[in-house]
Design a binder for this molecule. Structure first.
Ligand SMILES: [Zn+2]
Ligand SMILES: [Zn+2]
Length: 95
């Protein structure tokens, strides 16, 4: 169990990242990085709710106090699996 010295947040799991700037907890360091921007002396944080894709869909959703990627629909999972399979076969073909 991890705790933050600046707020009451607690979280478990080493993959998670808590921001000591805006006190948000992120499911992965990669997502954490997305809410950080280079503005300001020590960088700054953007509001997680402002992280949206080109179509205005949220890139992160708050679940149990942790910001994580949105649940994928079955169709999206299938498309992703297909994409990876194609990528893999493409690499094999180049050998
Ligand atoms: Zn932050
Ligand atoms: Zn905190």
């Amino acid at each position: 169990m991890h705790t933050c010295g600046g707020c009451t947040a607690t979280w478990t799991g080493t993959r998670k990242a808590h921001c000591s700037g805006c006190h948000t907890t992120w499911a992965t360091v990669r997502l954490f990085d997305r809410h950080r921007c280079a503005e300001g002396e020590h960088g700054s944080c953007v509001d997680p709710t402002s992280l949206v894709d080109g179509a205005g869909r949220p890139k992160v959703v708050l679940r149990d106090g942790v910001w994580g990627g949105p649940e994928r629909t079955e169709a999206q999972k299938e498309a992703l699996a297909r994409m990876w399979a194609e990528r893999k076969s493409g690499q094999d073909g180049r050998k």
